[in-house]
Design a protein around this ligand. Structure first.
Ligand code: FPP
Length: 243
């Protein structure tokens, strides 16, 4: 029998800046070096049949970084979208950006909308890129959405339960991540998917994001499968005892 696979993997891609600084390079060189690693993770998910991958590319807090680093990152996202969308589409990947997209430039918003439209019918891998995203922002925007429905009378406050609330969040239509990976040595969630990570297996590595490779990804998957074997009951992942 094959190893137990997560259905949804969430990753904080940390350590690009340090990777560059250790080589005497500008931080941007580290971000650039991180792009092929994104591609590698997408390929591995498609190859292994993991249905969903959510990557933290830029947090609500990252806007406070030096202006030039923010500008460079936005250019990197724009160029990567332009370059990769055709191949993502050809490989059955549905791409979506989650986060406060109104904070992005109009040009980048248009590029994102076009990539989402182009890949909307794909079903092999759901790829979410979190940009200008924060777990608290997500919870607040969900609360606002539901409050507006209550205000118009289309929803009763008493009918708001966990399922209804989860349905108003950015990852509404996806199962919660089974496996969370963070590179770069910190052992924190850092305002990523706060609601959705409630029962997720957490896996941390000191490896910096540009050095993350297939072997490291495999280690995370092996650790996940082992934990499932040790603690899981007979039920499928996601349906096991949450205690
Ligand atoms: C964290 O490293 C990384 C980021 C803030 C940016 C992540 C972006 C990429 C990997 C580029 C590719 C992404 C896409 C979606 C094409 P850091 O700068 O916090 O590193 P440090 O902790 O060493 O300073």
């Amino acid at each position: 029998m094959g190893a137990i696979l997560p259905r949804h993997v969430a990753i904080i891609m940390d350590g690009n800046g340090r990777w560059a600084e250790r080589r005497g390079l500008a931080r941007h060189a580290g971000h650039r070096e991180g792009v092929p690693v994104v591609r590698l993770c997408v390929e591995e998910c498609v190859r292994r049949g993991i249905g969903a991958l959510t990557l933290f590319a830029f947090s609500s807090e990252n806007w406070r970084r030096p202006e030039v680093e923010v500008a460079n990152l936005m250019t990197l996202f724009f160029d990567a979208l332009e370059r990769e969308v055709a191949e993502l589409d050809a490989n059955g990947v549905r791409l979506r950006v989650i986060g406060d997209r109104h904070a992005l430039s109009v040009r980048l918003q248009a590029r994102v909308a076009e990539a989402e439209r182009r890949t909307a019918g794909n079903t092999r891998l759901d790829l979410q890129i979190a940009v200008s995203y924060g777990g608290r922002w997500d919870i607040v925007q969900a609360a606002r959405k539901l409050a507006a429905e209550v205000a118009t009378g289309s929803l009763r406050a008493a009918d708001i339960d966990e399922a209804r609330f989860g349905g108003a969040l950015a990852l509404a239509d996806l199962p919660d991540p089974d496996l969370f990976i963070r590179t770069g040595g910190e052992r924190r969630i850092s305002n990523f998917l706060l609601w959705n990570l409630a029962y997720t297996e957490l896996w941390f590595t000191d490896t910096l994001w540009p050095d993350f490779d297939v072997a490291a990804f495999e280690s995370a998957l092996e650790a996940f499968a082992l934990r499932e074997r040790r603690f899981g009951l007979a039920a499928a992942p996601g349906e096991r005892d949450r205690a």
